[in-house]
Design a protein around this ligand. Structure first.
Ligand SMILES: [Ca+2]
Ligand SMILES: [Ca+2]
Ligand SMILES: [Ca+2]
Ligand SMILES: [Ca+2]
Length: 361
């Protein structure tokens, strides 16, 4: 106890104002610490995403302590006990001396946390007892523990694609053409290999009903910021409905790679491709020789015909010509396999004799 402890009175001797008791008073306090901490692994975390953490908070003091809250942080090393605070705490009940509490909490990644980089590919979880420093303790510097497990990854690759070529003006179903494009990982973390697919679209907007072109490109694994340019020959499916289409190319089209932005993976051609109808044969008799001016039934003469057809590649499936007829003396189908610019011997059929005329009355 000290007289005039604030030194308001000027005294002859300022050094004899205090006296100590004979016996000491033991003022006890609690001492909270985190005994254990762990968490669910996080891959591709983003601001607002959540994960589960677990910890054991123990009272190492010799007296009971009231309820507290354990908070959680993201640390950049396995030894740090400071870092970016996660949103969310765990309520720890009042603990008797040497009492402990184990439980889970759901925490949210705040916007302030920077995505991981290749230099710092993972964060560690840190749990701190009495995270708001609301409870006096014997020792306030031993409250936090690092999980020691680097398994929290915030951020992800971000695949983006740019078409380098325009489609041809027109092609028919079954035809091929080449597409050149560049796929870039614009994200903060490396990407595994991904598959690019190509479609025809009437409206520049990717829809599941847009016909897929046959042919894909396997873009390689890409470090952050690295592009990959490639060419692929695609085939227009035979079932494509003739129309005017844009070409849409989409990186990771089946969405096998988790990205920070899944909505920027496609690029659309500026020009369109006209998918024409499948070509059909066009049979035309271009010449036919005249028969002899007079002939008797049962006699034969040669008929020469020619027909015009498109090139085999444009004709589509092989068909047989039908319904082409000579004009006289009686209709006969011309076998297609023999009609192309060939002569064929025709026989004039017997013409029935007219019935005998009735005698005039
Ligand atoms: Ca403590
Ligand atoms: Ca405290
Ligand atoms: Ca993307
Ligand atoms: Ca994806």
């Amino acid at each position: 106890m000290c007289a005039d402890d604030a030194k308001a009175v000027v005294e002859m001797d300022e050094n004899n104002n205090c006296r100590f008791s004979v016996n000491a008073v033991d003022v006890q306090k609690a001492d909270l610490r985190v005994d254990a901490v762990s968490n669910a692994a996080v891959s591709g975390g983003y601001p607002g995403s959540t994960f589960t953490v677990s910890d054991t908070t123990k009272n190492y003091g010799t007296v009971a302590i009231g309820a507290s809250a354990t908070k959680y942080l993201l640390a950049t090393t396995g030894t740090a006990v400071t870092g970016n605070a996660l949103t969310g705490t765990r309520a720890v009940p009042a603990l008797a001396a040497a009492g402990a509490s184990t439980g889970d909490a759901t925490v949210t990644i705040p916007a302030a946390v920077a995505p991981n980089t290749q230099a710092i590919p993972f964060y560690y979880l840190v749990a701190c007892a009495d995270g708001s420093s609301a409870i006096p303790e014997n020792t306030e510097t031993n409250n936090c523990r690092n999980s020691g497990v680097p398994n929290i990854q915030i951020g992800a690759p971000d695949l983006q694609l740019t078409l380098e070529t325009e489609p041809p003006a027109a092609k028919s179903p079954g035809a091929t053409f080449q597409i050149k494009e560049t796929t870039t990982n614009a994200g903060t973390l490396p990407s595994v290999a991904s598959t690019t697919r190509y479609r025809l679209s009437k409206d520049q907007v990717k829809q599941s009903s847009d016909p897929l072109l046959t042919g894909t490109r396997l873009a390689p694994a890409l470090a952050a910021g690295i592009p990959s340019t490639g060419k692929v020959t695609v085939t227009i499916p035979a079932t494509t409905v003739p129309d005017t289409y844009y070409v849409i190319a989409c990186a990771d089209d089946a969405n096998a790679v988790k990205e920070t932005d899944e909505t920027n993976n496609c690029d659309v051609s500026t020009q369109t491709i006209l998918v024409t109808g499948a070509s059909k044969p066009d049979l035309v008799v271009t010449a036919v020789s005249d028969p002899p001016a007079n002939t008797d039934a049962g006699l034969s003469f040669d008929v020469t015909t020619r027909r015009r057809t498109p090139a085999r590649s444009a004709r589509g499936p092989r068909t047989r010509a039908t319904g082409c007829r000579s004009t006289r003396p009686s209709p006969h189908p011309i076998p297609s396999s023999r009609a192309r610019g060939r002569s064929r011997r025709w026989t004039v059929p017997a013409i029935p004799s007219p019935p005998p005329r009735e005698p005039s009355p």
